[in-house]
Design a protein around this ligand. Structure first.
Ligand code: NAP
Length: 263
């Protein structure tokens, strides 16, 4: 038995790793950024928000003793993402971890939806994830120390949410899941793992949009666990997939949905 080197807690330790989180100024991305720092990572915080959301994330991270850098950028711009990765590596070190949570949601009946509404959402939720992964992987491939990327998709990429008219959103999230698998296979022999986390209904500012408020009770009763997730409950799954504990996981979509997709 002496030759067993297993150290399970150490597998989840992110000490010495540098992470970049998009959507780090609110909701799921913000809380995961905080959790990554608690697990030992230094974290670059990217968001387009102009309120104090990102600063709040940074203040929390400072209390953990880890470093952060605040980056105001839009994930629809490849050049802004390239600059964000450059700034991350200059200030924190080689990028090893990436968590892409920036996204939007809205709704309209399919037959009434304007092209602009469809295109704007697709540009952020799908092209934005592709551009983010591209910029992050370019750095990971260049430094050769490997990397782990997690994209926040949604159970809406697997099921259709009853009562929500959001064909564009559902399609974008199905796209994120399959794009993540496709990138995982492109980089599988070059040290980069790519996975997605698909949350179920999660209590964040996104869910305070007017068309959803009256549906909260329905969401709770439709979910086998009979409640919405808290943002804290997205941290463990993201840390797991980003960490060495998931070293044999790539191309996985991890549903974190309170059992929703079982029914
Ligand atoms: P959130 O609280 O609105 O956080 C998303 C953050 O991303 C916001 O700060 C947002 O800024 C930012 N963002 C949006 N577009 C951006 C862009 N083009 N460039 C840079 N930053 C941008 O929403 P959330 O609920 O945490 O959602 C995070 C992710 O989880 C999204 O991808 C969402 O689709 C997914 N998700 C959420 C749920 C849920 O129930 N909440 C369920 C499944 C999946 P603005 O406020 O300016 O838009």
């Amino acid at each position: 038995m002496e030759d067993i080197t297993l150290n399970a807690p150490k597998m989840f330790d992110l000490s010495g790793r540098v992470a970049l989180v998009t959507g780090a100024g609110s909701g799921i991305g913000q809380r995961i950024a905080m959790g990554l720092a608690q697990c030992g990572a230094d974290v670059a915080l990217l968001d387009r928000r102009t309120d104090d959301g990102v600063a709040q994330t940074a203040a929390f991270i400072a209390k953990t003793g880890r470093k952060s850098v605040q980056i105001a950028a839009d994930v629809t711009s490849g050049s802004a993402l390239a600059e964000a990765v450059r700034q991350t590596e200059t200030e924190l070190g080689p990028l090893r971890l990436a968590l892409n949570a920036a996204g939007i949601a809205n709704a309209a009946p399919c037959e009434e939806m304007e092209e602009d509404q469809y295109q704007t959402l697709m540009d952020i939720n799908m092209k934005g994830v592709w551009l983010s992964c591209q910029a992050q992987a370019r750095a990971m491939l260049a430094h050769g120390q490997g990397g782990s990327i997690v994209n926040i998709a949604s159970m809406s990429g697997v099921i259709v949410n009853r009562g929500l008219n959001q064909v564009h959103y559902n399609a974008s999230k199905a796209g994120v899941i399959h794009m993540s698998k496709s990138m995982a296979m492109e980089w599988v022999d070059r040290g980069i793992r790519v996975n997605s986390v698909s949350p179920g209904y999660t209590a964040t500012p996104m869910n305070t949009r007017p068309e959803m408020l009256h549906q909260t009770k329905d969401f709770e009763s439709q979910t086998p666990l009979q409640r919405m997730a808290s943002v804290d409950e997205m941290v463990g799954p993201a840390v797991f997939l980003l960490s060495d504990a998931a070293s044999y996981c790539t191309g996985v979509d991890l549903l974190v949905d309170g059992g929703f997709c079982c029914w």
